[in-house]
Design a protein around this ligand. Sequence first.
Ligand SMILES: [Mn+2]
Length: 351
Amino acid sequence: MVKFIHTADIHLGVAPDAGRPWSKKRQREIWDSFAEVIAAAKREKPDFLFITGDLFHAQPLKKELAEVDALFREIPETKVLLIIGNHDFLRPKSYYLTFPWAENIYIFKREEADYFDFPEKNAAVYGLSYWHREIRERLYDGLHPLEDDRINILLAHGGDETHIPFAAKRLLQNGFDYVAAGHIHRGGWLAEGRAVMAGSLTPTDCNDVGLHGYWMGTLTKAGAQVQFYPIYHCEYCHETYEVHPGTTERELLRWAERLIAERPQYQYFRLFLKGRKDPDIVYDLSAIDELDRIVDVTEQLVPDYDYEKLCEEYAGSLLEAYIRRMERKPQDMRTKKALEYGVNALLGHKF
Ligand SMILES: [Mn+2]
């Protein structure tokens, strides 16, 4: 039996929400999240820690490798298996290649599939590292484990068109017992109980919504028992407010303030205003924008025009002619949009 922890896409070094007051704090929290995984390993003493790519957001400095190496030295009983992803991909001068790593670190250093054999655990771990920013070839498809009797684990990074496309099902058919993948920041099972996309350890971008964390479990030739463990340093939430023509600025501000007050401290918000608004009102959203934990606020409002009234007001003008003309067309979504955009343009509103 093999016990393991699996994480990916930690993106150490990134400072999310650039320009916002909490950006530095979030950068530090990403390191803290990684230290939390190490703490879990210290407690749980898994045989392996799988890191399936993008440990760093960009090419790491030597001192940054010294930081992670020191963390790995805290868990000498756990073997750390590391593949390098597309963000911090290997190049001839990468410190990854020359750093004097602790003995429990196993790095896949080639872009061709390789493996580490652990006969004492009856396990073999396969993988490869990126030497390019993009790899379009399906490098995992032709890969078969060498010894059927071993618990064969594949560490993979990619899964989209420009980063080693693969289908988990195919890799399992090739004979792997478990696929631990990285790259796609939204994690989840790729094949229930047999292949998992770790998801980023903690969100690195305000569009990485939902919970993030690491995976831990046990693996035998007969199957896996693996669970997701969330890390609550940061969760991005996208929230929508339904605006109507009577909505006031104060009402919008109250809504944002309520979110900040009522929701957990670790949540950060992107706000979206949807619906219809009075065409004469321009909301000043700077007060909302200045609130803590509000990443940004986006207006996606359509003006609530009274076209009859506009025709009266602008009788004899191009605007009236345009509205009348559009009224003669079939009244589908497209006509309505065209009418709205045309009127916006003619009235000089910016939407
Ligand atoms: Mn990646």
